[in-house]
Design a protein around this ligand. Structure first.
Ligand code: ADP
Length: 257
């Protein structure tokens, strides 16, 4: 058999492949002819002005929307047919605000990420260890018994990441994760993402703070309906792509580490 199937994927194949994708909401074109591959181990920062199609592109990448033209694959499958949800941790925009009303503890919320692994409805010792490890890796073990709704925005953000880690996701996708999070917590949060990425997790995120994202990401994609740039963060800040995509002079605040 020479037919390609998901199980025959090579480990170095792109996790996501977006090929010549266009998308409109009704008559309004939102994405035009966008092509981008996300390789395993990448930390991709997706930037662009408000309304430039970033969230829409993420939703297309995750198969939550279908392109009008072009194609998207996720782990080698057509994205909208992909059904191994535990491989992907998705923290949508505003999810931490919604979580204010979550009547569960941190440990319970993280445990939800482990449900797809349970055998005959029971957690094994390995499952329980995975849940504790996930909380430990993001530094929320001390908060395990606290109600999620009582936490700060930054702490809630970590709960969602721990939930993805508990499910042993290979890909973590975050839409503006640091909105409403103070500058210091934002830096700490990026350090955490950097560490997780260094241990093999592929990360994609939308971030409006270009200074912080270009400091930590390994790749920048700049969108404004079309893809203006896809490549090295240093190259991105040293070219005039930013002004071209945003239509104004942008000043990047550099974060030295
Ligand atoms: P970004 O994430 O870069 O802010 P979005 O992908 O959210 O951009 O939105 C791109 C454009 O599509 C915006 O002009 C937005 O108003 C519009 N849009 C987003 N969602 C919808 C929708 N469900 N229906 C119609 N228009 C939408």
């Amino acid at each position: 058999m020479t037919t390609e199937t998901a199980t025959e994927r090579h480990p170095a194949d792109p996790i996501i492949s977006v090929n010549e994708v266009s998308f409109r909401y009704g008559e309004r074109p939102v994405l035009e002819d966008v092509s981008i591959d996300v390789e395993p181990g990448t930390f991709l920062g997706l930037v662009g002005p408000n309304g430039s199609g970033k969230s829409t592109l993420l939703e297309l990448m995750l198969g939550l929307k279908r392109p009008d033209t072009g194609s998207v694959t996720l782990f080698g499958d057509r994205a909208h047919e992909f059904d191994d949800g535990k491989r992907v941790g998705y923290v949508a925009q505003n999810v931490t605000e919604t979580a204010r009303d979550m009547p569960v503890t941190v440990r319970e919320a993280v445990t939800m990420g482990r449900y797809p692994h349970r055998l005959v409805g029971r957690f094994s010792r390995a499952d329980r260890r995975a849940i504790e490890d996930a909380m430990d890796r993001v530094g929320i073990t001390d908060l395990a018994s606290r109600r999620v709704g009582r936490l700060s925005g930054g702490q809630r953000q970590r709960v969602f990441i721990a939930r993805a880690l508990a499910s042993e996701a290979d890909l973590l996708v975050l839409d503006e994760p640091t909105v409403g999070v103070d500058a210091e917590s934002r830096e700490e949060f990026y350090h955490l993402l950097h560490t997780l990425n260094a241990t093999g997790l592929t990360v994609i995120l939308i971030e409006h703070d270009i200074g912080v994202v270009t400091t930590y990401a390994t790749e920048i994609a700049c969108l404004n309906r079309r893809l203006y740039f896809d490549g090295d963060p240093d190259e991105f800040v040293s070219t005039d792509t930013l002004a071209a995509a945003y239509g104004t002079d942008q000043h990047v605040i550099h974060h030295d580490h």
